[in-house]
Ligand binder design. Sequence first.
Ligand code: PGA
Length: 256
Amino acid sequence: MKRKKPLVIGNWKMNLTCSEAVKFAQLLRKQMITTNKIVCGISPSFIFLKDICTILADSAIFVGAQNIHSERAGAYTGEVSAFMVKEAGCSHVIIGHSERRHIFGETDAFINTKVKTALSANLKPILCIGEKLHERAGGKTTLVIENQLKNGLRGIGAEHIQDSVIAYEPVWAIGTGKTASPEQVNEVHTYIRGLLIDIYGKDIARDTYILYGGSVKPENTRDLMAQEEVDGLLVGGASINLESFLKILDSASNFS
Ligand code: PGA
């Protein structure tokens, strides 16, 4: 039993065509039977966000973008703004995913500006943080987490933190099939909760969702969700298969 309803978000990354995504969303809407026990969202590519938002309008499933630019508008060829995704119907946006940090070179300062821009557009940011394998091996996990969290949330007031979601995603567990052990996850989540308590106080920190992401599958959902400080999951690969995503939702809903 959790303090709040489990939150499970599917991050589709650069997968599915528009017709596949539309079919998925229609079936998800029809087949998801655990809506009152769980908060669920999916995060499709920009190009079909509007189609998916239309299909899921007035449903219990929210839609989030996978990224935004830090500026509100301007000469940024190929970029998409917070206001554009908001108008498409999104309520959330993933910010600072490790693929953005490490493939596209996004810095903590850039990520922090994106968090602020998202909030100013009335989008809930899902701020991703996580250490690389060599950082964990070198005993630097908590240092990396503290820097990414504090820098990512710099200047974000208590009135906004409850609109924000933190996702702990160890880089070495993303798309690798290697899940962090439930104990490792709970340890880092406890550390993150402690940092939030220091910054925002106990009540607000307790109400802030901290999700785990990294090779989440139907088979490990129960053990991960059973951890006290795990409020939900950010699912990549297993979220683009409807059957496995529904199994994860079903399993997570038992902790409601
Ligand atoms: P994965 O991705 O579940 O495929 O490991 C998680 C993520 O990157 O959000």
